[in-house]
Design a protein. Structure first.
Length: 507
């Protein structure tokens, strides 16, 4: 027998945000939904089931992660241990089992404090990642053959990284309150599933996603602490403080930025200072290794080096890469201060991290994990996201086929150098494609999917709907709509008028 909703459920539903449904506004999402019954209907009972969007997204993320583990099965059962190139021909390589013995965990050596045998004297990872690796080694049984231990070590790490993957998807789903289904972009990202257990990047990505969520809730100190911890696990998260500085400058939110900056600095020091004081050589290895490392896989620098009769030195590449990154930072700052409407934080976060990756001397396949949650928040459009992911999947296959080619001797099984260069170009162009779309959305806010749905900056926290206090160039004048645009005209800062302007038009 059906009864009327209870007072408790009615009260809860009153305060629920008006959720944006991608299957109504996104052609690709609507087409994909046919696999599970088609787009959601107007009579669907939303918010009346345990299956909330966030829970669904979290479970989907775990399911996709599990599929990624299945993809690694050929290596787990032998390719990591037998044959020089089989782990590449099966595209299931992972650093995790190899570094269990290679970085002294099998022998009980203490990271950063104990020297390692071989060329790498100390662990070359940031401190918090080193702690993560060490905890996994404590949970790995010390009995059995070294192969058994390495298999256990990979499985333990995989379990811990699975938690990180779920945290990332849930945080993205909750960052934009009215757009939880955008988290499915993260949960279903094929390149993320394929690269999740290559290395330990998911730890820093999870902390960064949690930091973004805290900033969207207006919790500047929690954001700073989480971002500081993320930077203690991987270097790239600190880059987010740059565009946030310019956004807070434009909005006059200096107090909140100062709180975030202090929180990040203190959290980073709490993790790093003990190791810096008592094992400085080991602590500094990550930074010296990054500086001394030559041009490596995935970067346009590698294409240049391998096609040049006089390749540039490592110092030259370091200098040029730094200059390019500084130019990108200046360009993003200028874009922020001159855009007709203040850019969304997620848009600039994506651009700054993408710039770092594109100009870097290495673009490893797992670096796509850094960008996936930021891309889902910056440009939640399924077609563009999947185009980019297709390029990353192609590169994932390309690098392993290239390594199979170089390690298979005279057999040359795999992808030759020229083919690998095309794979590099494809995934660089895919990332650039997404960057161009995000920049276009900033310059023409009418095309921004998030703002066309009626929001201003849902990941911006105190920046959301804040007044500008410092602008330059065209931004100092009333915003104008882009020329030759046939879509709905957005009225700045008015969610109701944005909804009315959409009418029957899709985003």
């Amino acid at each position: 027998m059906c009864g009327m909703p209870s007072a408790e459920s009615t009260q809860a539903s009153v305060h629920e945000p008006d959720l944006v449904r991608p299957t109504k506004d996104d052609v690709v999402a609507a087409s994909g939904s046919e696999l599970i019954g088609g787009p959601i209907g107007r009579r669907a009972l939303l918010g009346t089931s345990w299956w909330s969007p966030v829970r669904v997204i979290g479970l989907v993320a775990i399911g996709m992660f599990a599929l990624g583990l299945v993809q690694k099965a050929p290596c787990y059962n032998g390719a990591w241990f037998f044959g020089a190139s089989s782990q590449y021909t099966h595209a299931c390589y992972s650093d995790i089992p190899h570094l269990y013995q290679g970085r002294g965990f099998a022998d009980g050596l203490v990271p950063y404090f104990d020297k390692l045998p071989g060329d790498m004297q100390y662990l070359e990872y940031p401190v918090l990642t080193g702690v993560f690796m060490e905890v996994a080694s404590w949970l790995t049984p010390g009995s059995g053959s070294i192969q058994d231990q390495e298999q256990w070590y990979w499985m333990v790490n995989a379990g811990m990284l699975m938690v990180c993957a779920a945290v990332i998807a849930v945080c993205v789903a909750r960052t934009h309150a009215r757009r939880p289904w955008d988290g499915l972009l993260v949960a279903l990202a094929p390149a993320a599933a394929l690269t999740a257990t290559i290395n330990w990047d998911l730890l820093a990505v999870a902390l960064t996603a949690a930091a973004m969520l805290m900033w969207s809730r207006g919790r500047a100190l929690a954001f700073g602490v989480l971002l500081g911890l993320a930077t203690a696990a991987k270097l790239y998260p600190f880059l987010l403080l740059g565009p946030l500085l310019v956004l807070c400058w434009r909005a006059g939110r200096w107090r909140e930025y100062g709180t975030a900056l202090v929180g990040a600095a203190v959290a980073w020091l709490v993790v790093n200072l003990p190791v810096m004081l008592f094992a400085f050589d080991g602590w500094s290895k990550f930074y010296t290794f990054s500086q001394e490392r030559g041009v490596d896989f995935g970067s346009f620098w590698l294409i240049w080096t391998q096609n040049s009769s006089n390749p540039p030195s490592t110092d030259t590449v370091n200098t040029m890469a730094t200059l390019l990154m500084l130019l990108c930072c200046a360009g993003i700052a200028a874009l922020t201060l001159t855009a007709p409407r203040r850019p969304r934080f997620a848009q600039l976060a994506f651009l700054i991290v993408a710039a770092f990756i594109l100009t870097n001397k290495v673009y490893s396949p797992q670096y796509v994990l850094w960008l996936v949650p930021l891309a889902a928040l910056a440009r939640p459009k399924w077609r563009d996201f999947l185009i980019w992911q297709a390029g990353e999947v192609a590169y994932f296959l390309g690098i392993w086929m290239y390594l199979a080619y170089t390690t298979s001797g005279d057999a040359h099984k795999g992808l030759p150098t020229d083919g690998y260069h095309w794979a590099i170009a494809l995934h660089l162009l895919g990332t650039l494609y997404l960057c161009v779309l995000v920049v276009r959305d900033i310059l023409m806010p009418e095309r921004d999917v998030v703002r066309r749905a009626g929001d201003d900056d849902p990941s911006g926290g105190v920046l959301d709907r804040a007044e500008d206090v410092f602008v330059v160039g065209p931004a100092a004048h009333p915003p104008r709509h882009g020329a030759h645009f046939d879509g709905p005209q957005v009225e700045w800062g008015s969610r109701d008028s944005d909804r009315r302007s959409l009418g029957a038009n899709g985003a």
